[in-house]
Every structure is written in C-alpha cells, then in structure tokens.
Design a protein around this ligand. Sequence first.
Ligand code: DGL
Length: 267
Amino acid sequence: MNDAPIGIFDSGVGGLTVARAVLDQLPHEQVFYIGDTANAPYGPKPLGAVRAMAMSVMDELVDEGVKMLVIACNTASAVALPDARERYEVKHGIPVIEVIRPAARRAVLQSRTGKIGIIATKATIESRAYEDAFHVTPGLEIVTKACPMFAPLVEKGVTSGPELMAYAHEYLDPVKAEGVDTLVLGCTHYPLLTGAISYIMGDDVSLVSSAEGTARDVYKTLVNLGLDAPQAARPPRHKFQCTGDTRSFRDLAQRFLGPEVKGVEAL
Ligand code: DGL
C-alpha cells in the first residue's frame, strides 16, 4: 500500500498547482492525476451534477488502487466532500484530503485586519463552503466574488493579456474597493493567474492559495497513517490522464506542472 500512488484530481489543469506542491513536499511519492476536462468547467454547473462527476473520477482513481484521494478542486471539495468521506474513507479506509480548509486556515493566520476576500467559482461561492470553514473564527468580515471566466481562460492557456485583464478588473476592482487585506484564491486554477491578480490587488493584499497547506495535510495524513512511500533509488513515475483532448492537456500540464509530465493518457 505504501508504494501505491496518491490520486489527485480536478476539472482540468488547476489541480496541478496542488500536485506541484505535493511533489515538492513529498518527492518519493507517485502521483496519479486526472483532469476531468470533458466536463470542465465545474464552476457553472448545478451542485448535484458536479458531485456526480467528482464521485465518478474518484471511483476511477480508487479502482486504479490509489492509497489516498486529494480533491484538488474547490468546487468539488465544496459539494462532494461528505459523500467522498463516506464512500472512500469510512467504507474503504482511503483518506480523502480537500482544499478549502487549508486555505481558510492560512487566511486566518495571514490576515491582520480580519477582512478577507474569497474569489472562487460560482458553485463554490453559492455553496458557502468558505463561510462554513471560517465559522470557527469569530469576528471575521468576509467578502466573496465569483469569477466565472477565470478557470475557462486558464484551460485555454490564457494567463495574461488584455482579455484576462478586462475580466480581472471586472471581478477584482470591487473586492479591492472593500479594503480586504487578504485574498483567498478559492479555485485551484487561480494561482496560475497570480500575476494579474496581484497587479490589481496590490502588494499590501496577501494572496492565499490552498496548494502548500493541502500538501502539508497530505504529508501529515500519510505519516500519521504510516502510508508514506519508502525512499527509492529511482524517482517515481507519475501518471496523468484526462477525459478530454490529451494533446492540449499535455502541453498545459507540462507548462504548469513541469518536466514530471512525460505524457497524458486518455481516460
Ligand atoms: N479548479 C476548480 C476549483 O478549484 C474548478 C474550476 C472549474 O472547473 O470551474 O474550483
């Protein structure tokens, strides 16, 4: 079991920001990543539909023998976590890690004023999952904004330029005007837009992503359960699959994750 891969998934390339942090913190672990690109974006879809898509990708990863599931997608974490914990953790003993609580924890530590902005997909904002995660910390003021075009632009490889900047101003100017001192990038695609987002928000607003905190949760859980991989002579060979066009996914995955992506298979 210790040699089994960690299963990580997202609607597309956004979850690679989490996979990158997992590979950095756990270089001996093998990763099996699925991008559900045929169904991307998840953000504008009804919550029940996203839950069904996410569960079917996780079924696939579990059938392939992963030792842990990482929901590297805020939208899927927001809508599918209780079902996933019930189906995989309780019934099969496969731990499930999500991305919302790690980002919320970090934002609370980071914020000096307690005024925190959340940008995310429409489904994540509507689920109020971040408000639930912040509930334990009294006295916070939360400003939320859905950014429906951000993830589709990243999926097209657009991470700079006039089209992106126009949407970034539309979404972020009102959040900036509210005077938040911390902004949660509540979608795993958004760290790939850090340049544009920090250009608009300014240097005095801290950007918080879930990648590092989620990777720390992965590390902690593997070690606590005695599931961490032994140090091997050769670096692990990772596996990448997607449900849509493999060539465009491979090009983006190599750009966003790096040389660990040797190829992408169709699922
Ligand atoms: N990267 C995902 C998230 O964290 C999903 C974006 C989308 O498919 O709309 O929410």
